[in-house]
Design a protein around this ligand. Structure first.
Ligand code: FSA
Length: 433
């Protein structure tokens, strides 16, 4: 059955990044029977996108990523639902190690080939870096090189999803949260090949023409994704600046160093978020997602929303402190708070997994963010609607296809496979579920 504006569409994970964008673009196209389902109201307290800030930049990894990040930059700049949340402070990608410096040079070459050379500046010396980012003047950046991206900066992430939520309400989208928004199972035809809705944890049966599972890092624990996604946590910590200190960091570009991590300018409350960079933490448990014939090992996120006193492993404290010592040496003794993990779903090749589930007609998965997809919030839903309508561009369809057995999602394109949280001491958590 072809879709029309009266078709009923369920979107699980609709309070998060990819799900809310899908609901938004369906609503903007006139669909009037959309239901957002989520464990938490929008913006979901357990979405990776529910964060002070995320990085905005142009991804050049492949033509699909480039196209999407350029579309996103345009929408963050011009779409009134999103533009108040784009802080175009610029972004510095910098490094001191020769491998990464080579990668940075490669990036400049790619930018030039893509006709975007004029949007960046190569910074070859410490002095040039400090001229662009004076806040690094007291850091030890000897031998570092950098690229300054004028089209980039940071996104007030949770506020942007909240803004999507307000627009969804104006469009009359329906919402189910809590147990009545928590995925339990699909409703399948007698031959098991067609999906006609879903049942939620409270037992409610929602019949629908299409079901979209956009539950981010939770998706692999809901339905069998045949190991295509590995859910991993990355960590952050916050520090509080005094009003005097804040003045020095106003308009500071996002500073990203692949060997160390990154930090953002303070938010309106004078809070700086600092992250280290590493291959992520997995959390394997025996589990049987819907559609799997038996329990298998699946990396399952542990929600910070449900476990607000959880922290992160001792190893993260060391690397976050290292990042602070490198970027913000004057703040190296500052107290850290809100130590937390946020969960993303890596695929082996770091492309999204956005396609119809091959076993269940009418059920679509939209996940596999691979840690780089928040910036796509304003536009990713456009392409998911195209997928539902059968008009998705061929190269996007190819990049996002169902592709089990094509690589190791636990490693993905990172330096190493994700360690398991169970093997990491110091992680403060109260129970094992
Ligand atoms: O848009 C971007 O590339 C931001 S990546 C931010 C990050 O924390 C990564 O540094 C990390 O490796 C993981 O992919 C989660 O996202």
């Amino acid at each position: 059955m072809r879709l029309d504006i009266n078709s009923s569409i369920l979107i699980f994970g609709g309070s998060g990044t990819i799900g809310s964008s899908t609901a938004l673009h369906l609503a903007r196209k006139g669909y009037r029977n959309i239901r957002v389902l989520d464990v938490y109201p929008i913006p979901s307290a357990q979405s990776a996108g529910n964060d002070l800030n995320k990085i905005m930049g142009t991804s050049l990894r492949n033509p699909v990523d480039r196209q999407l990040s350029l579309e996103a930059e345009d929408a963050w700049s011009n779409d009134p639902t999103f533009s108040p949340y784009y802080h175009r402070s610029g972004r510095l990608d910098c490094c001191g190690s020769s491998d990464v410096i080579n990668d940075l040079r490669d990036t400049v070459a790619k930018l030039e080939n893509a006709g975007l050379g004029h949007t960046v500046e190569w910074l070859d010396t410490d002095a040039q870096i400090i001229q662009r980012v004076p806040q690094l003047a007291s850091s030890n950046i000897q031998g570092w090189k950098g690229i300054f991206f004028e089209r980039g900066g940071w996104l007030a992430a949770a506020k942007a999803i909240d803004s999507v939520g307000s627009e969804l309400m104006r469009h009359g989208v329906q919402f189910s949260f809590g147990d009545s928004g928590t995925f339990q199972s699909l409703i399948l035809s007698d031959d098991g090949k067609t999906c006609s809705g879903a049942v939620t944890k409270d037992g409610t049966r929602y019949l629908a023409d299409r079901v979209v599972l956009a539950s981010g890092a939770w998706t692999p624990s809901l339905v069998d994704l045949e190991d295509q996604c590995c859910s991993k946590a990355w960590v952050y910590a916050h520090m509080q600046l005094t009003p005097e200190e804040v003045k020095e960091y106003v308009d500071c570009p996002v500073v990203y160093n692949e060997d160390i991590g990154f930090f953002f300018e303070p938010n309106e409350d004078g809070i700086i978020k600092v992250c280290d960079e590493f291959p992520g933490f997995a959390r394997y448990k025996m589990h049987q997602p819907f559609g799997a014939s038996k329990p298998t090992l699946v990396s399952i996120p542990r929600s910070h929303a449900r476990h607000p006193t959880d922290t992160y492993p001792d190893a993260s404290e060391i690397t976050i402190r290292k990042a602070i010592a490198a970027f913000l040496p004057n703040f190296k003794d500052k107290e850290l708070f809100n130590r937390a993990m946020c969960w993303c779903a890596d695929t082996a090749d770091a492309n999204l997994l956005v396609c119809e589930h091959p076993r269940w007609k009418g059920c679509f998965v939209a996940t596999g963010d691979s840690g780089h997809s928040f910036k796509l919030l304003p536009i990713i839903g456009i392409h998911i609607v195209e997928l539902l309508e059968g008009t998705l561009q061929e190269d996007l369809r190819e990049a996002w296809r169902w592709r089990p057995g094509s690589g190791d999602a636990r490693k993905s394109r990172r330096a190493a496979r994700a360690k398991d949280l169970a093997d990491l001491p110091g992680w403060k958590h109260d129970s094992v579920d």
